[in-house]
Design a binder for this molecule. Structure first.
Ligand code: NDP
Ligand code: 2IT
Length: 452
């Protein structure tokens, strides 16, 4: 029988190899470390997982597509962006994961997101594989017509790689209902097929699911509530800091407020807003969803209770709960130390990998409940899978039904992570619980399906 430390040595060698084989992809290295550093207990306990090549296959995407996306701006000038789709693992179902449009997108970023997505999707239990895509296109300041031309050009290549049984993209940073609409329109035009299940996050009335826009934020709040319940507490009366002001942040704030917590911050890349009376969601939605403006406009229009802090980070505002909902590595060691000093009880990741490894370590050492993104933010992709189910059955469910299913799925993910952590001698460690539980499901399917 191999010991845990021998197994960890093997995994460490593999991590070194991953760094050599994938140079200049720091986010992918970080995501691979974060998972492989927690797998030794399960690989040591179950010899079939030590089978040569299993984990090597898991860290190598099944397919990676990189393509040119030429488009014309409103002045008629030709612009060229780069498009990506990384089809990481389809052992459990069609590749599933969002598209990110942001200038920071590169292959390493998409691979980190696709790798995380494999385990997240496995945790939902809904039969979806892992993938991710996007472009270094920056939608900020672009007209609707420019965004439409970009999306049409992007889909003119992407369409040949996707399909309801093959690969099903959705939104992520910079891709919301507007972009999914343009992408779906172009797919339908090129293929001459009404294939609703090829994309999720569609609009109401043409195949979208109720509660999909809300699902990631709502799900994260339900996950945070489940972690608090384990400690004999609930959300009522807790103060929460939330970063970001996009899809995930907005519906995180909405659910926190509905469950009696006071969400006092939001942010974007220009800085943050703190509002001691609690964020006024109607105003925030008007500025962000309708006007596509910046958060300083919120402070200007809200009055005395709110102020805008240019360039600052929300983590300096004292709170019981922190829900990072913007982007990767937005909460570092110093931020974690500040949160701990201010008495934070739980940190739950709405964004993907927002907390640096050093910060995660500090929070866990301090006894803070920590919900990793692949568990805590899985509600979004889970409702995407429910959207696919509705599309397949040519039906649509009520909001109440979708919300009930979302709540059951989040409870089940929390229980799975909690119990798996206990089973592998890491009680209360949701990072270990999520990684091992997700890994077991994918690894079992990969072993059953042979060396492919
Ligand atoms: P949106 O584009 O709707 O919002 C993103 C928000 O984060 C904006 O406020 C944006 O500010 C801010 N932001 C993005 N990049 C940066 C950056 N580099 N520095 C500072 N602020 C930044 O995206 P979503 O809300 O959909 O996604 C947020 C996070 O949640 C991402 O990590 C995403 O991967 C994750 N996620 C999303 C899911 C979904 O269903 N949408 C599901 C699960 C996870 P600005 O406008 O100034 O750039
Ligand atoms: O990170 C994520 O889980 C998402 N952006 C949602 C993916 C999806 O397919 O709904």
């Amino acid at each position: 029988m191999t010991t845990r430390s021998e197994t960890q040595t093997t995994l460490d060698h593999l991590l070194t190899e991953i760094e050599h084989r994938n140079p200049a992809q720091p986010e992918f290295h970080q995501a691979a470390h974060e998972v492989l550093e927690t797998l030794a207990p399960v690989v040591a306990a179950r010899p079939e997982y030590a089978e040569p090549g299993l984990i090597e296959r898991l860290v190598e995407p099944e397919r990676q597509v990189i393509f040119r996306v030429p488009w014309q701006d409103d002045q008629g000038r030709v612009r060229v962006n780069r498009g990506f789709r990384v089809e990481f693992n389809s052992a459990l179902g069609p590749y599933k994961g969002g598209l990110r449009f942001h200038p920071s997108v590169n292959l390493g970023v998409i691979k980190f997101l696709g790798f995380e997505q494999i385990f997240k999707n496995a945790l939902t239990g809904l039969g979806i594989g892992g993938g991710k895509g996007g472009s270094d296109f920056d939608p900020h300041g672009r007209s609707d017509a420019e965004v439409m031309r970009f999306c049409q050009s992007f889909m003119t290549e992407l369409y040949r790689h996707i399909g309801e049984h093959t690969d099903v993209p959705a939104g992520d940073i910079g891709v919301g209902g507007r972009e999914i609409g343009y992408l779906f329109g172009q797919y339908r035009r090129i293929t001459n097929r009404w294939e609703s299940g090829v994309l999720t996050g569609k609009g109401q009335g043409w195949g979208g699911s109720l509660i999909r826009p809300e699902a990631t934020g709502y799900g994260n709040v339900l996950f945070a509530a489940a972690m608090l319940r384990e400690r004999g507490e609930d959300l009522e009366g807790q103060t929460a800091v939330v970063s970001g002001s996009g899809n995930v942040a907005i519906y995180t704030i909405e659910k926190l407020t509905a469950l009696g917590a006071n969400a006092v911050t939001c942010s974007d890349s220009s800085g943050y807003v703190v509002d001691e009376k609690g964020i006024d969601l109607d105003l925030l939605k008007q500025i962000k969803e309708v006007e596509r403006g910046r958060v300083d406009a919120y402070a200007e229009r809200r009055g005395a209770s709110a102020r805008f802090v240019p360039g600052g980070r929300v983590w300096e505002v004292p709170a019981d709960l922190a829900l990072p909902s913007a982007t990767q590595n937005e909460l570092d060691e110093n931020d974690a130390a500040t949160l701990i000093r201010n008495g934070v009880k739980a940190v739950s990741e709405g964004a993907n990998m927002p907390t640096t490894p050093e910060a995660v370590h500090l929070l866990q050492q301090a006894g803070v409940a920590f919900g990793p993104g692949k568990a805590a933010n899985a509600g979004g992709v889970a409702v995407s899978a429910l959207e696919m189910a509705q599309n397949h059955a040519r039906t649509s469910w009520t909001a109440a039904r979708v919300e009930e299913e979302l709540a059951d799925i989040m409870t089940s993910i929390h229980t799975t992570c909690h119990e798996t952590a206990e089973r592998y001698d890491a009680p209360g460690d949701y990072v270990t619980g999520a990684n091992i539980a997700g890994f077991e499901r994918v690894a079992d399917a990969m072993l059953a399906q042979g060396v492919i």
